[in-house]
Design a protein around this ligand. Structure first.
Ligand code: 3PY
Ligand code: MG
Length: 255
């Protein structure tokens, strides 16, 4: 397993910026790797990315020195295992609603003694051809980044308990699912959605796991940086759309 520079930056108190992509394509990762992202997150929840895609995309990210992270579709150990065995440096797990569910994530991701992840000579462990497995285990346990999604009202209510689970690196706000959970689907700017996000901000202490969030644009990213978020993501579509529209406007009408 390679060194996780995104986790290192978080541990040093820095803020990291990443891009979510939902298309199973390693070339896209390679291209985006030239843009300066700290990490790229391959979306296996709302995208079509399967473990075999994740493996190729992880290779491309490593080639570019950008951290490969994957969002798994569901909090199940056998699913998490297949994605993490590709060598991804970290993962997002959606819909974590209790301390027990957060603990299950850590159990699935970490090897003994902290967790119970299954061990084999897979890509993550250099196919057993690199350092001894015992060395790999210690490195993987230290370097793998865990981001859990807090995206329901129930999760926010239980956040103090969830935060006590050791091994979490990022408490990630999912604004879209939060709006859904409050019966206000797609209304992320609604005062009730904003208020529950503020509760999360106030519940996550600065010295614990980093606060993370999905934002719609650069202005929101910077505003969230100022609010204390240190793990900030955007979708490829949300950075691409205004850039293309701006290009076409200027091309057609002049600057
Ligand atoms: C959400 O907004 O629900 C998310 O999961 C963002 O990635
Ligand atoms: Mg979500």
């Amino acid at each position: 397993m390679r060194h996780n520079t995104t986790k290192e930056k978080l541990l040093n108190g820095q803020t990291v910026f990443g891009c979510f992509i939902r298309y199973p394509n390693a070339t896209l990762v390679e291209v985006l790797g030239y843009c300066g992202w700290d990490f790229i997150c391959f979306d296996g929840e709302h995208g079509m990315i399967e473990p075999a895609d994740c493996e190729q995309m992880t290779r491309a990210a490593e080639l570019q020195g950008v951290t490969p992270i994957v969002r798994v579709p569901v909090n199940q150990p056998h699913v998490i295992l297949r994605f993490m065995d590709t060598g991804a440096h970290g993962l997002h797990v959606p819909m974590i609603n209790s301390a027990a569910e957060a603990e299950a994530v850590v159990q699935a991701v970490k090897y003994q003694p902290r967790g119970s992840r299954g061990l084999a000579g897979v890509r993550a462990s250099d196919y057993g051809q690199g350092v001894p497995l015992s060395e790999y285990i210690a490195k993987a346990n230290a370097e793998t980044l865990i981001a859990i999604h807090i995206e329901t009202e129930a999760a926010v209510n239980r956040l103090p308990e969830i935060l006590k689970v050791p091994g979490l690196d990022v408490i990630f706000i999912g604004p879209t699912d939060l709006s859904n959970s409050l019966g206000l689907p797609g209304q992320q700017q609604h005062p009730k959605v904003q208020a529950i996000m503020q509760r999360i901000v106030e519940s996550v202490p600065r010295e614990g796991p980093a606060l993370g969030i999905m934002v719609p644009n650069a202005e929101a990213a910077h505003a969230w940086k100022n609010r204390g978020a240190r793990y900030i993501t955007v979708t490829l579509e949300n950075v691409m759309n205004p850039a293309i529209r701006n290009y076409l406007r200027i091309a057609r009408e002049g600057a």
